[in-house]
Design a binder for this molecule. Structure first.
Ligand SMILES: [Fe+2]
Length: 270
């Protein structure tokens, strides 16, 4: 990753990414700057809009901190606001789906990894859509769900976004079944942590539908579970996968740096 990549290599990575959905690059002892530079081959890195919980790195603003260690090198308690918010990543979601043009993909660099849990699990949502029972398929075809960043704080009890953060990221509606802009395949597009409404349903039934879809999706046959080694870099497609991390001992340090690739277009209905 240290030398700039030539166009043929970028294309080869991109092709493998579209085919496999999640790529693993082992033993990448990279700096944040190298991480950001690699990301730029595939699009612009997002700048996380929420600054109140210090989840955005102050040294490299393109880096989102998936970490339980603070600036003073202290392990934070699970009750601290940033940790409460990060705990939502134990539920199935896809990064930045609350944006009008949601993220293309994410790249996560495991700097200090967990040995007691912290396994990142991914689901292939193409396969989930293809095998969805008819009763569920009927409920998602042609329908939209709302994605709201504020839903996070209501779910896990972290501090709500400030008025400015809310104004920067109002709720958006996306199709529950989407078509991938590169592969053109259909996939189910749901998020347990951001979906707070479904077109034409009351709150209770909307929530139950999202949970039912997530429960169907989380079958081992659709899943890849990544057990981290130090300096693995994972690169996943947010348009056709969801992910969730398993819990770990909160006294164990876990430091990961993420870049998130800005989406270029609205979600295409299938
Ligand atoms: Fe995530």
């Amino acid at each position: 990753m240290r030398r700039p990549l030539d166009a043929a290599t970028v294309q080869a990575v991109s092709d493998a990414w579209m085919k496999h959905l999640v790529l693993v690059f082992p033993d990448q002892r990279i700096t944040d700057q190298e991480h950001v530079a690699f990301t730029r081959h595939f699009g612009d890195p997002e700048i996380f809009h929420q600054t109140s919980l210090h989840l955005r790195s102050e040294r490299a603003r393109e880096i989102f901190l998936v970490s339980n260690v603070d600036d003073q090198n202290r392990v934070m308690r699970p009750s601290e606001p940033s940790q409460k918010q990060l705990s939502s990543s134990r539920m199935w979601h896809t990064d930045s789906s609350y944006r009008p043009t949601p993220s293309v993909g994410s790249l996560l660099h495991g700097i200090e990894i967990s040995r007691t849990g912290g396994i990142t699990q991914f689901i292939n949502m193409y396969m989930v859509y293809d095998e969805l029972p008819e009763s569920l398929k009927r409920q998602v075809e042609g329908r939209k769900a709302r994605h709201d960043f504020s839903m996070l704080s209501r779910l896990v009890g972290s501090p709500p976004p400030t008025e400015a953060e809310k104004a920067a990221m109002p709720p958006v509606w996306h199709p529950l079944v989407r078509r991938h802009p590169v592969t053109h395949a259909k996939s189910l597009y749901v998020s347990s942590i951001y979906n707070d409404a479904v077109e034409g349903l009351e709150d209770g039934p909307a929530r139950r539908l999202i949970e039912e879809l997530s429960a169907f999706a989380e079958q081992p046959k659709y899943m890849y579970r990544h057990e981290w080694e130090p300096h693995d870099v994972l690169m996943w497609d947010n348009r056709c996968t969801v992910h969730a991390v398993t819990p770990h001992d909160p006294n164990e340090r876990r430091v990961m740096h993420r870049t998130t690739i800005v989406g270029r277009e609205p979600v295409m209905a299938a």
